[in-house]
Design a protein around this ligand. Sequence first.
Ligand code: SF4
Ligand code: SF4
Length: 741
Amino acid sequence: MSAPELITITVDGRQVQVPKGTGLVEAAATAGIEIPVFCYEPRIGSAVGACRMCLVEIEGMPKLQTGCTTPAQDGMVVHTARTSETAARGQNATIEFLLLNHPLDCPVCDKGGECPLQDLSFRYGPGKTRMTFRKRSLEKPIPISPTIALDRERCILCYRCTRFSQEVAEDEELVAVNRGALTMIATFEDEPYRGPFSGNIVELCPVGALTSTQYRFLARPWEYERAASVCGLCAVGCNITVQSREGRVQRVLSRNHPEVDRGWLCDKGRFSSPHLYAEERIHSPRYRRGEAGAVEELDWDEALAELERLIGEAHGEVVLALSGTETLEVAYSLAAIVRRGAHSDGVVLPEPALDALDPYRVPLSALAAAEEIVVFEESPVLERAPVVDLWLRLARRNGTRLTTIGPAGEIQRAPGDGAGACRELAGETNELGQRLRKAERVILIWSGRGGAGGAHLAGLAHALGLHEKDGSGALYLPSTPNPRGVAEAWEAAADESSHQPEQIGLLLVSGDEAANDPAIRKLAERARRTVALTLFAGDTASWADLVLPATSYLEGEGTMRNLEGRLQRLRRVAAAPVRPELSWLAELGERIGVTLPASATGIFAELSAKALDGISPSSLGDRAPLPARAKAGPVEAPEPEAPPTVRGGPLELIRYRALFSGPVVEHVPQLAFQRPLPEVEISAEDADRRAIADGDDVVVRSNGISVKLRARINAALRPGSVRIAAEHCSELALGVQVSRP
Ligand code: SF4
Ligand code: SF4
C-alpha cells in the first residue's frame, strides 16, 4: 500500500501535516488542540454534525463550520474557540441551547462526574442562564428494555444511540420519532430493545439520557475502584473495565482493544455481573452421604480430606471433565492433580487441541479490511462469538464480499458438511475457490460443528496459500470461552507415570457448563464417585458425591486464550465469597504429593516454562498482543467425518448454543427477556408442506419425546433441516418431525 498523501493545515497558529481526507477534529488533535464534540464518534460511521459543538472559524469562509464534517484541506487556516471570538461565541451559544430544556439534575444523575455535557458546559458554556421560564418536562424514566432506562429530558439529540443501532449493530430497533423540537428517541413500535449489543448505547450516550438499570443510583463514578480485565463469557475475550465498590462489582464497561473488540461489548458480557450475587451460589463444600443421603455442608479441611480419600480409592481411574470456562491456571492445577497426583490421563476436553490454525492467525480487526470472507456457519456467529458478528457487519459495509456456507448460507450445505465444503473449495476448479485464490486478503471462519473443524479449515487455508498473504487467515469460533487454553494446560501437566483409565473410579467435573452437559451427566452415571466444582447449586448435589464452590471469571487472576490465539489476563475484580480454587488445589496437591503454587503468577511461571515459551505475564500487558504466526507446514486435512445417523424423523435437527443461555445468564434476572424464544426455525418449503405459517404453534417430536414450540420460517434455511436453541431441544434426537398440534 502506498503512503497516504500529506497536506498541511494550520490550527490556532500551529502547523501540522495530516493525511489527505482527515477530518478537522482529528487534524486539530494532531496539533494538540481539542475541538469539543458530542455527536461525533468515528466508530459509529460518518460524522453528521448534529450537535454543533465543534464549530470552528476557517479563514476564507463566511460562517462558522462544523469541524467533524469538514475535511482538512491543504493550506487551510483554522481557528478554534481558543483563538477565535466568533468560534467561542458559537460554542457558547450551542451549550446554552443544549441546556435550554436540560433538567440540570446533575446531583442525582448517574452520568454526573463523567458527563461530557457537564465537562463542556464547564469549559465552553455561558456560566449562567438567561432562561427564567419553566423547562419542558417529560415522562421519565422510560424502560426501553429491562436493562436500559431512557430519560428524554436529558437527551441532547446527538443521535449516537440511533446511529449505533442502525449503522453498527444494524438491528434498527432504536429510532428518532417526531420532528424538530419534538424529536424523541424511542424503540421501534415501543417494543423492548432486544438487540444483543444494546448496552453499548449507554456508554455512547454523552449525557445521562440512557442509563443502565443495574447501575442506576448506586454510587458516584469517582467512588469506584477500576480494574482492567477481560470478559470470560465467550472466546472473543473482549477487553473490559470492571468498576467495583466495597468489593462488589457495579458495572462492566468496554476497554477498547482495537484489534479485538473495537470498544464494543455484547449484553451478556456487559450485564452479567449480578450472577456473582445470585442466591443459588454455593459458598461451602457440600457432601452427600450414600445414594439417597442428606446433603451436609463441610468445612474445607473436611472437604479436602474427603477429596483425598476419593482420589485414593479411585486407584488411578480418575477422569477430569473440563468446561472450557476455566483459566489456564485453574485448568493446569486440576490437570496436575489428575495427571501427577492420581496418575491418570483421563480427560474430557470441551474441544480438541486447536493448533492447526496457528500459521493463519489474524487479528479480528483484519476482518474489516478483508476482500473476501467465507463463513462456514452452522451455529449463527452471533450466538457463538457476538463481537465477530459486528466485525462481519463492518466488513460488509466496507465492501468485503461475504459468503456464508451452511444449512442457512448463500451456498447451502447439509448440517455437518462444512468439511465437504472445505474440500470442494480447495479444489482447483471450484469457482469460489478460484476467486479466493486470486483475492489478496481472504479470511475463513468456522462456526460449524466442533471436532476436526479447525483442521479442515487449515487444509483449505493452506490450499489457498493464506499463510503467504498479509491480512489473510482463518479463525475457528469455539463454543466455549477458553477451550484452547484448557487443552494447553492439560498437555503441560502431562506426567510419565500416568495412564488411560479403563473405568471411571472418580469423575471430577469442573464448571457449571460441564455439570449441565447431558454427555457429562451420562459419564457421571458410569462413575463410581463424582466430585463437581460449580458456582450454583442447581441439582448437582443430587448426583455428585461432593460439590465444591467455584469462583467466577470476575473473581480470580488468570489467563485465557481467545479465538484469535491471543493470551489475555483476567483480573480479580470482585471479592470471592468462596475459597479460590488455586489455594485449595495447592493444599490438595500437598496432601497427595503434587507441588503446586497457590498463586496465578506462580502457576503461570510453571506453565510458561513448560508450554508458553517462557513468556511473562507482564509481557501480555493490558492490551495483549497477538502471538506471531506459526510456520506453515504441509497440511493434510482429515477425511470428512461420516455424517451422523439421523433417526427419529425426516428433518435434521441443528442444535445451537444460544448466546443468552447457560448458567451465568440463567442467574441474571434482567437478561431473562433475551433468552432464546421457544422457536423452531423451519424452511419455507418444509413449512408449506405441513401447512405451517410463521408464528404457528407446532409440535416437534422424536423418539417419543415432543416439545411445543413456535414456528419461525427462515427463508434462508435449507429444506430438510430445522434449527432450535439447545435449551429447547436437549432431549430430542437428531431426526425430528414437525407438525401442527
Ligand atoms: S439518548 Fe443519548 S445518545 Fe441518544 S440521542 Fe439522546 S443524548 Fe444522544
Ligand atoms: S462478545 Fe463474548 S467476550 Fe465480548 S462481551 Fe460478549 S460474551 Fe464477553
